[in-house]
Design a protein around this ligand. Structure first.
Ligand code: ATP
Ligand code: MG
Length: 419
């Protein structure tokens, strides 16, 4: 037998309704927020991610699925959705449209990581990107969307951690102060942090190792180094969040892994998923579009990890709705199969989901099957039903039955479903 690749997962027919529930809710929320879907390819030129995410990051240096295609081009399966959207925005001159432009996506993303609960090599994200303005009102809109999404899915005990990492100017002074602080403690820190010291010093702040964490706790705080404009942006956003009733805490250790962030960075975290507790990450990236050749464009966005959301919903016993078959039509014997097929076709035409027996099962086995697939109603067609033109509609969850003329079934069921 050929098995599924490590770090990937099938969504089986018995589980897909959960994904539909989550995706439908998010799509509906997107239209309430005036966001339109953008679809970009599963793979891009490797250069796009190297230039935008940055080659000092874990994603680019260790986690990308990169290969040469038959034409000798270096291709990468997208590890995230933000850079491809920026590429498309610049390439298609979307700035010619009315700005701000709100876009969303639901994508598979690929990262070569050590697989564990909530950490896969192919995973899925819902992302929102708001392009075309640097105003903190758009940071608010974006964070409110994420907050509404998570609470609307019924999730509890999720906290918003917010920080500002300033602009390249204030970050320069801050990075120098940070390196000054860590220089004397570096020999006590983990190997990854020793490497980060040169490659990506901000990341020294979000190491998960207890020793590094303790050392990082005493590090200089970015918020003490923000320039006036970055400071004003951050303060305004905090005030707006308070007014909107979105609970948050400023957490100076949130830096996000990727190079393209400026000013606002945030994460929604839960304590119920162990080390994989970040269910949503985002921020502002005003230099991203220009870094890949487009015009300078203010952008803010986030991505939600859908596997983590679904895991947490399952853990918290959230409601996923249901996807049932409406009616299973059963035949007393194979002689009635044609009649059953006719009825099923009429039901489907009327917008009622229906199926029937086609494989020669006994009536008892047909009832078992109807039960297994969670059909709402069962209708048995035998010689007498055809002769009298009357059937019984059986409610399969409570066992009650009601009589109905063969010709009235569609109307009767429509009434049941539509009230
Ligand atoms: P982490 O710190 O957990 O590695 P990240 O900062 O690398 O997350 P982002 O690039 O911000 O993640 O991606 C947004 C969201 O996608 C994360 O908050 C998380 O919910 C989800 N995510 C990221 N990597 C994975 C993965 N390998 N498997 C499953 N979900 C993931
Ligand atoms: Mg990661």
């Amino acid at each position: 037998m050929i098995n599924i690749p490590k770090g990937t997962k099938d969504v089986l027919p018995s589980e897909s309704y959960k994904w539909h529930y989550v995706e439908d809710k998010l799509r509906r929320l997107a239209s309430l927020y005036n966001a339109r879907e953008i679809r970009t390819p599963v793979f891009e030129h490797t250069e796009l991610f190297v230039r935008s995410i940055g080659d000092g990051t874990d994603v680019v240096s260790k986690e990308m699925y990169t290969f040469e295609d038959k034409g000798g081009r270096s291709i990468t399966l997208k590890p995230e959705g933000t850079a491809p959207v920026a590429r498309s925005f610049a390439e298609n001159s979307l700035d010619a449209l009315s700005l701000p432009l709100k876009m969303y996506y639901i994508i598979p993303a690929f990262r070569y990581e050590r697989p564990q609960a909530g950490r896969l090599r192919e995973f899925h994200q819902f992302g929102l990107e708001v392009y075309g303005a640097t105003s903190p009102y758009l940071d608010l809109d974006c964070i409110s969307f994420a907050y509404d999404a998570l609470t609307g899915l019924g999730l509890k005990n999720i906290r918003l951690h917010l920080n500002s990492i300033g602009c390249p100017e204030c970050r320069k002074t801050y990075t120098a102060a940070l390196k000054g602080y860590f220089a004397s403690r570096l020999d006590e820190m983990c190997d990854t942090c020793k490497d980060r010291y040169e490659r990506n010093p901000l990341r020294l702040l979000d190491c998960k190792s207890p020793i590094c964490k303790a050392i990082a706790a005493g590090a200089p705080k970015i918020t003490d180094y923000l320039c006036d404009d970055c400071r004003a942006h951050h303060d305004k956003l905090c005030a707006l969040l308070e007014k909107s009733g979105v609970p948050y805490e400023v957490d100076e250790n949130i830096v996000r892994g990727l190079d393209y962030y400026t000013r606002t960075v945030f994460e929604f975290v839960t304590e119920e998923l162990g080390a994989q507790g970040t269910v949503c990450g985002g921020g502002r990236y005003d230099n991203l579009v220009s870094s890949i050749g487009g015009k300078p464009t203010g952008c803010v966005g986030f991505a939600i990890g859908l596997e983590r959301i679904i895991m947490l919903m399952e853990k918290q016993g959230a409601d996923f709705g249901k996807e049932n078959l409406g009616v299973f039509v059963m035949s007393q014997s194979s002689e009635q199969t044609d009649e059953c097929i006719k009825l099923v076709a009429a039901l489907r035409k009327a917008g009622i989901s229906a199926d029937t027996e086609m494989t020669g099962k006994s009536l008892k086995a047909q009832f078992k099957y109807a039960d297994k697939i969670n059909a709402d109603y069962g209708i048995v067609i035998g010689a007498s039903e055809i002769e009298t033109k009357k059937v019984k509609i059986k409610n399969l969850s409570d066992g009650t039955e009601e009589e109905c003329a063969l010709g009235d079934i569609e109307a009767r069921l429509k009434e049941k479903y539509n009230g």
